[in-house]
Design a protein around this ligand. Structure first.
Ligand code: FAD
Length: 572
């Protein structure tokens, strides 16, 4: 575009000079610069500016907006939240370790970039019309302005980054009686509810049995969010509330229910074992193999997987954290485009929604089509088998697997989860002898089908969403240049399928805060670190990842305040 502009300018200048010489308007065109600017702007806004609509201001949407640099787009952002929330610190908000306002940044602050044309609408998308390239919206029903404004937005490119909602698996009573931990409002509600339970339990009219029920906090789901919340709550109770409510402290109980055999399943086994032992030492009642089948306003019913026994657990407060499901508006769109039987919008590796022109999906609402990935893996494999003998030497096989793991980190994540170093280990189950010199491709296919069946797609994390947002913005930044210079170096040569490199996820590791100033970290290269020093690593990584200097300063000062004065237990 820069080079095209420099070609345009001399001809525009010539026109201006001609006009001036012919007496057409000395005053107006004596300086060619404003004319050029106005002309170029007019062309840009009338003809060139492609309309990009971004749905959502979470990790994926915000990362896209932060990385978009090309001013040739007219961007409209639609989201019911006019802020970005740093979700990894939400569990800290539930107990007042960090204040809610410290972890949010107004979207308008993030998008006010010089030269970029970005408009924000606080509204929710109700429907996507892919045929007419329109998005139907309604102003945010939760704000004080009524939420009754309906409007449509046209797009040339649509970026769907609406995230996901909490998954209840249609368990009866969950929506009515449980807290979720997904949004900032959820964390604030939980904070108030915990204090409510303590205040209620210490009223003189409450019987001992009732007090025990009210002070029974149940967390459903042993994933990173559930575990971190249980650990935060335990710290809040032992470090702060026990001193303020001495008569209630002995009746407090925290229970963590997990349907699988262990908590933190996606982490290394060493971390799982450490977390389970720590919770046992802390007195957190960990019930694994326990599936919640119903929740009433005072009891949770569970079914034990091993024995089939049904149990009823009286509770005062439940936090439901069992994973994510599809938002209704995304599900509606998926049905429209024939993806109704999926759990998330299927995209190709360039994040383009399958079967749709100019629609991209990223973050928790999307998934890169696994079938396609598997076909690609097989193609890489067949290419390596140069003689088409149907076999590979172990050395060649290892090289191919290395290449595949680089291209598809989810394969590597799967192998690590299974504690396997590479596919040769996996093939042991199929050929019974890992020392074999030759690998049969058919055997490999069989092993691959196991991976295909069990391998989850990329994890639904902020890390994935942010990297996808940055990747897509870079594609948009180069889109026009790549169209102008098809042979240019930025093209993805070789496969001939697309002009950009496909999206590649880089896994930087993950943390699991376990309370008592201890954190577990699983870092790339199978490196596991657990303990107090890892907590300091957690503090520094999260402080550095915060979206602005303002939020960074606020969060650090909240941590300092908590160290000095403890957490605030006022119910406001
Ligand atoms: P989101 O961040 O959820 O954003 C979705 C956006 O869409 C929001 O702005 C929402 O308001 C908007 N939206 C919703 N409905 C509509 C609509 N109808 N129209 C328009 N906009 C809409 N990941 C990590 O990597 N590390 C962690 O430590 C970590 N901790 C977490 C802790 C908690 C408590 C939670 C809940 C999640 C955590 N995650 C973590 C996961 C991470 O937050 C998500 O994977 C990430 O937020 C996904 O980003 P996203 O942009 O797809 O969705």
């Amino acid at each position: 575009r820069a080079s095209r502009a420099s070609h345009d300018y001399p001809s525009i200048t010539k026109l201006a000079v001609l006009f001036t010489v012919s007496g057409g308007g000395l005053l107006a065109f004596s300086d060619a610069r404003p004319f050029r600017g106005a002309y170029a702007d007019a062309i840009q806004s009338d003809q060139k500016k492609k309309k990009v609509v971004v749905l959502g201001t979470g990790w994926a949407g915000t990362s896209f907006l932060k990385n978009l640099k090309d001013p040739s787009y007219e961007v409209q952002v639609v989201s019911p939240r006019n802020y970005f929330a740093f979700t990894p610190l939400l569990p800290s908000v539930t107990c007042g370790t960090v204040e809610a306002r410290s972890i949010v940044e107004p979207v308008r602050n993030i998008v006010k970039k010089k030269g970029l044309d970005v408009q924000f609408r606080e509204a929710e998308c109700l429907k996507i019309d892919a045929v007419n390239k329109k998005v139907y919206c309604r102003s945010n029903p939760d704000n004080n302005l009524g939420g009754e404004e309906n409007f449509t937005v046209d797009y040339d490119y649509l970026v769907i980054a609406m995230g996901a909602r909490s998954n209840t698996f249609n368990t009866p009573g969950v929506v009515e009686n449980c807290h979720f931990l997904k949004e900032v409002e959820d964390a604030q509600k939980i904070r108030r509810s915990v204090i409510d339970c303590f205040e209620k339990a210490t009223l003189p009219s409450i019987s001992e049995e009732e007090r025990k029920r009210i002070l029974h906090f149940v967390v459903v789901g042993g994933g990173p969010t559930g575990v971190e919340f249980a650990a935060e709550l335990h710290d809040f109770v032992t470090e702060d509330l026990a001193k303020l409510y001495p008569c209630a402290k002995d009746d407090v109980k925290i229970t963590l229910l997990e349907a699988a055999d262990h908590i933190l399943n996606m982490f290394d086994k060493r971390i799982t074992a450490f977390a389970e032992e720590k919770f046992q030492r802390d007195g957190i009642d960990l019930k694994t193999g326990s599936m919640v089948v119903k929740v009433t306003d005072s009891e949770i019913s569970t079914k034990e997987r091993a024995t089939g026994e049904n149990r009823s657990i009286p509770y005062g407060m439940v936090v439901w954290s069992t994973g994510i499901g599809t938002r209704p508006v995304v599900m509606d769109f998926m049905k429209q485009i024939g993806q109704g039987n999926r759990r998330a919008l299927a995209t190709d590796e360039w994040l383009r929604v399958e079967g749709c022109d100019n629609i991209y999906a990223l973050g928790d609402c999307a998934t890169i089509n696994q079938r396609k990935v598997m076909e690609d893996i097989m193609a890489i494999f067949s290419k390596a088998d140069k003689n088409q003998s149907g076999t590979l030497t172990v050395a060649d096989f290892k090289d191919v697997i290395k290449d595949i793991c680089e291209r598809y980190p989810q394969v590597e994540i799967y192998l690590k989860r299974k504690q396997l170093k590479n596919f040769v280990d996996l093939l042991k189950n199929y050929q019974g002898n890992a020392q074999k010199e030759i690998i049969d491709i058919e055997l490999f296919k069989a092993a691959l089908s196991e991976v295909d069946a069990q391998m989850k797609n990329l994890p639904a994390t902020a890390q994935v969403a942010a990297q996808q947002g940055a990747y897509l913005a870079n594609c948009f930044n180069r889109m026009e240049r790549c169209e102008t210079y098809p042979e240019g170096p930025l093209r993805f040569r070789g496969s001939g399928r697309h002009r950009f490199h496909p999206f590649r996820y880089k896994h930087f590791g993950q943390f699991a805060p376990l309370g008592g100033e201890q954190t577990a970290a699983q870092l790339p290269g199978d490196w596991v670190s657990i303990g107090h020093s890892t907590q300091w690593l957690w503090y520094s990584v999260y402080a550095s990842k915060l979206v602005s200097w303002r939020t960074r300063m606020l969060v650090i000062s909240d941590w300092g305040r908590r160290f000095i004065f403890g957490r605030d237990s006022s119910r406001i």
